[in-house]
Design a protein around this ligand. Structure first.
Ligand code: ADP
Length: 906
């Protein structure tokens, strides 16, 4: 807003000069309107044309033409020539060169007609000027020179001056400033002779300009000042303004800043008065510069503002146009940009769509990949699961296989060995004795092989677990010597043992395995020695507070081993020579087992042997010391064995095993009562009938195996349910111990039985029981009832119900309730020969009858239980069923009696 006001103000100032001129024009026009004198009109219109010249060239032309027209009418040659000259100048301004020339030629023609030489001279100058402007410099020069010729002729100083000035101007335009100066100086000389102040001033101005260009500021100033003076005298303010500006700028260059300011300001003032816009602008610009130089920043700033305002007004339309163009350009640019943006957007959209499609594609691929990977994984998992199941199954199968095969092989083999021994005691001729001996030794060999294979498979599968129990090396050695005594008697070999006195009598370790190692080595030593001695040497090599290292050496004076065979004898199934089996028997597994066992115990076996002289096997074991000074706190040696007055039940289907155990325990401590059962069922019965302190239970048995028997015993409602049960197994394979535990067994022992270990286990479990039983006894304070019966024995049931009459009565009632229908079913099954059904019912009745202690029909029911298709004798079955019915009738009678007795008691 401020800026706009400033512009308006400046415009007002700049048009002040114009206003003065317009006033003059208006005045003249109004005068001419009322003028009737044509001559005055000619000069009036001419004057008006000159006045309009700078502001309105069209009007100027109009008035010039009017003046010409009137002049022509009046045949006023001066008027005609003046009008033509004016028209020529105006046409030149319009750059209408031909028109200008036409006008000037007409003037020339008129002058020639009037023989006005001065006029001719001037017309030549005007024509020359048109050519100069047109660029026809040679023609221009020709006309100028022609003009000068005439001027000289008529001795017209003014014409001379004008002619030289034109030549000076032409030379300047042609870049010949020196020549130009010379022409102007001639012109100056000529004009000085006249009174034409304006022309003089004009020439001085041109000279000053040339000096200024030549940087001869002193001379320039001199001529400019003269020129200024001249124009002042003729009151030509526009020229004054221009000159003041030129002078000011020279002073500015000369650093005469005060003078520069003075002339600049004067120039500006005059320019403002005359409306010389160019000089107003120039004035402001220069003043700003001068003040700037003068370090008057405030004023410099003011003038700069004016200058910029003028500049703006002058250039406003241009700027607007430019702005318009710029706006349009900008618009186009914007449109282009928009186009580009849209294209980019489209590109982006396409890109995004592509990316989305790509992502979708990748996701689909991934999903498919995952799907297939998962399917594959599930497939693999399933395969793994199946493989795992297979592995587990095969493990179980292996376990079962080893257990069953070993059992199946060993049972008949044991029988063969046992029977052949018994047969050996009968009268046989020497040949038969020999055959028998072969049978016996072969059977023994197979038995050993089975045991060894089982052992080795356990060791190699890594399922073997070493025990950590108290044991005595001394006892192991003495037992071992005792057990091998009979072998020695057949040979001329003595078995000597040397045990270090500092070996503690109780150590912690696996006695069975240590025994197995020593036995293997000593057994071999005896086997491979025909004459001489076998020596067991056991020495302490190192001792700490908690452990002791013991070196075991087993040496013999036997056949020895070839050096080449020393390493291979420890391999499975490797014997020294192919004849060894034939000559000495054996499986070739003993040393492999021995070596592996020693390795498991963290040591190594060493062998030194001289072929034909003997061998020495040695190994060192680090064993933990026990807190106990003697085995089981010395109970074994004190004679006050807890095995005294105990009753043991040995359950084994193998008669020989039964015998062995019987002898083993009986022989070991004679004060032990041993009972034997051949299967689980019989064991259960025996447990029900008698009281045992401990049960040694075989696992694989017909009718009822050891696991089931244990489960049944544990289900008993009397205190017998807690009788300690020790599993005896020849195949402590993986999982067997666990299975024993699950069935309710308290412990297990591996066959062949280590006596010391057996003793330990028996003592351990009996002691435990004694502690718990003492509390049980307190509960059994109830009065015992004695019934006078023959067919029924209720003592067991009473034990189960703990002498509770009401419970007893209840059970008898249940028995009465079920019996009639069961008996009916039994008879019907027998009649219709449904043996399976018959067996089941017999089994059911047997159970109930058992509780009631009706033992008279027990055998009959057992037979009926086992009846099958092949039985054949139907009459006998009918007879048995009949006997069962009679037995039951008798029992029922007694039970009814008991029932009424119980009621009375209640
Ligand atoms: P075997 O059942 O044959 O005794 P072992 O693995 O115990 O199997 O022994 C392998 C072989 O090492 C024997 O067959 C025998 O040739 C040799 N051997 C073992 N101990 C002795 C020994 N004390 N003296 C001589 N040779 C022996």
């Amino acid at each position: 807003m401020k800026k706009k006001l400033l512009i308006i103000l400046l415009l007002i100032i700049s048009f002040q000069g114009l206003t003065q001129r317009f006033q003059k024009i208006n005045k003249l026009e109004s005068l001419l309107n009322s003028e009737t004198d044509l001559k005055k009109l000619v000069s009036g219109f001419y004057e008006l044309s000159i006045l309009y010249e700078s502001s309105n060239p069209e009007k100027a032309m109009e008035n010039a033409l009017r003046s010409l027209a009137i002049s022509k009418g009046l045949q006023d040659n001066v008027g005609i020539v003046s009008a033509y000259n004016q028209i020529g100048l105006l046409e030149l301004d319009f750059a209408h060169y031909q028109a200008a020339l036409d006008a000037h030629y007409n003037a020339l023609k008129n002058n020639e007609q009037t023989k006005d030489l001065k006029g001719i001279s001037l017309s030549n100058l005007f024509i020359g000027q048109v050519y100069q402007e047109k660029g026809g410099f040679e023609l221009a020069e020709d006309f100028y020179l022609a003009s000068l010729e005439i001027a000289k002729e008529i001795n017209c100083s003014l014409c001379l001056s004008k002619g030289n000035s034109r030549l000076g101007s032409l030379s300047h335009v042609q870049g010949k400033d020196n020549l130009s100066l010379q022409y102007y100086l001639i012109a100056l000389e000529a004009v000085s002779l006249t009174n034409n102040i304006e022309e003089l001033a004009e020439v001085n101005r041109s000279i000053g300009f040339l000096y200024k260009n030549a940087k001869r500021n002193g001379l320039a100033l001199e001529h400019y000042l003269k020129s200024l003076e001249g124009f002042e005298r003729v009151n030509n303010k526009e020229k004054q303004s221009i000159l003041c500006f030129e002078i000011g700028s020279i002073y500015q260059v000369e650093n005469e800043l005060d003078l520069a300011l003075l002339y600049m300001k004067t120039s500006l003032g005059l320019a403002e008065k005359t409306g010389l816009k160019a000089y107003i602008k120039k004035g402001y610009e220069n003043l700003a510069n001068v003040y700037e130089k003068n370090e008057n920043h405030k004023l410099a700033y003011e003038y700069l503002k004016y200058y910029l305002a003028i500049k703006d007004t002058r250039e406003i339309s241009e700027l607007e146009a430019q702005l318009d163009i710029e706006n349009k350009n900008q618009e186009i640019q914007l449109l282009n940009k928009e186009k580009q943006y849209k294209a980019q957007e489209l590109k982006n959209k396409t890109f995004v769509t592509n990316i989305i499609l790509l992502v979708c594609f990748v996701v689909i691929i991934l999903a498919l990949f995952l799907f297939f990977a998962l399917r594959q994984k599930n497939k693999i998992n399933l395969q793994l699961q199946l493989a795992n199941e297979d592995a587990t199954r095969s493990r179980t199968d292996k376990e079962e296989f080893f257990a069953y095969t070993s059992h199946e092989i060993r049972t008949p083999l044991n029988a063969v060995v046992g029977m052949s021994r018994l047969l050996g005691e009968t009268d046989l001729n020497p040949g038969q004795q020999k055959y028998l001996k072969t049978i016996n030794s072969s059977a023994q060999n197979i038995l050993f092989l089975v045991n060894d294979v089982l052992d080795l498979s356990k060791i190699e599968s890594g399922t073997i677990e070493l025990e950590n129990v108290d044991f005595s090396i001394q006892e192991i050695v003495s037992d071992l010597i005792n057990s091998l005594d009979f072998k020695l008697r057949e040979k001329n070999v003595s078995l000597i043992s040397r045990l270090d006195g500092s070996i503690p009598s109780v150590l912690v370790g696996d006695p069975h395995r240590i025994n197995q190692i020593i036995l293997n080595l000593v057994d071999n030593a005896i086997k491979f020695t025909e004459d001489g001695e076998v020596r067991i040497t056991i020495n302490v090599t190192h001792e700490t507070e908690k452990s002791i290292s013991i070196l075991f050496e087993i040496s013999d004076t036997g056949i020895g081993i070839r050096r080449s065979r020393v390493d291979t004898v420890f391999d499975s199934f490797k014997q020294e020579t192919a004849h060894t089996t034939r000559q000495y028997g054996g499986t070739g597994l003993g040393l492999a087992i021995t070596k592996n066992l020693i390795q498991i115990m963290g040591s190594r076996i060493h062998l030194k042997s001289t072929y034909g002289e003997g061998s020495k096997f040695s190994f060192e074991l680090e064993l933990k010391k026990s807190k106990n000074k003697t085995l089981s706190d010395g109970a074994l040696n004190s004679g006050a064995s807890p095995l005294r007055d105990i009753k043991v039940l040995v359950v084994d289907d193998n008669t020989l095993n039964q015998e062995i155990f019987f002898d083993l325990i009986n022989n070991y401590k004679n004060n032990v009562d041993v009972d034997v059962a051949s299967d689980g069922k019989m064991a259960l019965l025996k447990v029900k009938q008698s009281n045992y302190d401990i049960i040694l239970m075989d696992l694989q048995m017909p009718i009822m195996d050891g696991y089931e028997a244990t489960r049944q015993i544990r289900k008993l409602k009397s205190g017998k349910a807690s009788t300690p049960i020790i599993a005896m197994t020849a195949h402590v394979l993986d999982g067997v111990a666990e299975k024993c535990g699950q069935a309710g067994m308290d412990d297990y022992l591996s066959k062949p039985i280590n006596l010391a270990l057996l003793n330990q286990i028996i003592i351990k479990h009996i002691k435990k029981r004694q502690v718990s039983d003492s509390s049980d006894l307190e509960d059994q304070a109830k009065e015992d009832i004695i019934f006078d019966t023959t067919h029924v024995h209720l003592d067991k049931l009473l034990q189960i119900v703990n002498n509770d009459y009401s419970k007893l009565e209840k059970y008898i009632a249940i028995f009465f309730n079920n019996l009639p229908s069961d008996l009916e079913s039994l008879k019907e099954a027998a009649n219709s020969q449904k043996w399976e059904e018959l067996g089941k019912i017999a089994h059911k009745i047997k159970g109930s009858v058992g509780y009631m202690g009706i033992s008279s029909i027990k055998k009959e029911l057992q037979i009926l239980e086992k009846v099958n298709k092949d039985v054949g004798d139907l009459e006998e079955i009918a007879d048995i069923v009949n006997r069962v019915e009679i037995g039951l009738e008798l029992a029922i009678k007694e039970l009814q009696k008991i029932k009424s007795e119980l009621k009375e008691k209640a």
